[in-house]
Design a protein around this ligand. Structure first.
Ligand code: HPA
Length: 246
């Protein structure tokens, strides 16, 4: 089994009915040195293109496992075992920047890591430490070209990753804002750094699911964690995978 692209689903990927996107055979689990990968399904929505791998980062039964408890190394090593060269993922995020609204799609250009307990390296003697931009410019470009409206209210969005599973305090979000972060989530570290170490290009599509703590700014509170998130993000990332020209 081999595929050059893996899509890692975040918010609402659990329990997603994949039948509209041409699943090939049953999902399979890879045994990695770090434990089993999540179930991976090959999707082939267009027979003229090779299949694309898909897995749900949080597993398949609702959001039982928060990002702090995910086996990030098993996911990324599993991708390496499949021969994956590019990972596209989607992630729910809270909006810190005032121009962002619930439902906006953001392709982050950089990341600030405020996690505390996660293992951010394979520690493998043959793998050089991660360096350079965490989000690969070409992979980012492929997602940007696949967006329904190629518009971002922020030119180079910065994602801050927090430890969770608790939500941030008002003071923490104010700190991250002053540090230059536009969106906040709990999932991209260490996923992106492990991918970099494994030599896999990585880019993410962030769906604004809520205003970050204290950042509703008088707007009616809105939360979008439902299947809409997956139904929006998966087709965009499949397009990015199928139209990747690099
Ligand atoms: N904070 C952290 N992670 C998140 C949020 C948030 O507001 N929304 C979605 N993931």
């Amino acid at each position: 089994m081999a595929t050059s692209t893996l899509i890692i689903g975040g918010t609402a990927a659990y329990g997603l009915d994949l039948s509209p996107w041409g699943p090939v055979d049953e999902p399979f689990i890879l045994q990695t040195p770090y434990g089993p990968s999540p179930p991976i399904t090959l999707l082939q929505p267009d027979p003229d293109y090779p299949p694309v791998g898909f897995c749900s980062r949080h597993g398949r039964e609702a959001l039982k496992r928060s990002a702090a408890f995910l086996n990030h190394r098993a996911i990324i090593w599993g991708a390496k075992m499949l021969g994956v060269r590019t990972i596209f993922s989607w992630n729910g995020v809270g909006a810190i920047h005032e121009r962002l609204e619930v439902g906006d799609l953001i392709v982050p250009a950089d990341l600030i890591d405020f996690t505390r307990t996660r293992i951010t390296t394979f520690g493998h003697p043959d793998l050089p430490p991660a360096s350079g931009p965490p989000f690969h410019p070409d992979a980012r470009g492929a997602i940007l070209r696949s967006l329904p409206e190629p518009h971002s209210p922020i030119p180079d969005p910065v994602y801050v990753c927090t430890e969770g599973p608790r939500l941030e305090t008002v003071a923490e979000i104010a700190l991250y804002r002053r540090a230059g972060a536009h969106i906040v989530g709990m999932t991209l570290s260490p996923e992106v750094f492990l991918a970099q170490e494994a030599g896999i290009r990585y880019a993410s599509l962030c769906y604004v699911t809520n205003y970050a703590t204290g950042r509703d700014l008088g707007r009616p509170p809105r939360r979008q964690f439902g299947p809409e998130v997956a139904r929006t993000c998966l087709p965009i990332l499949l397009r990015a995978a199928l139209n990747t020209e690099y």
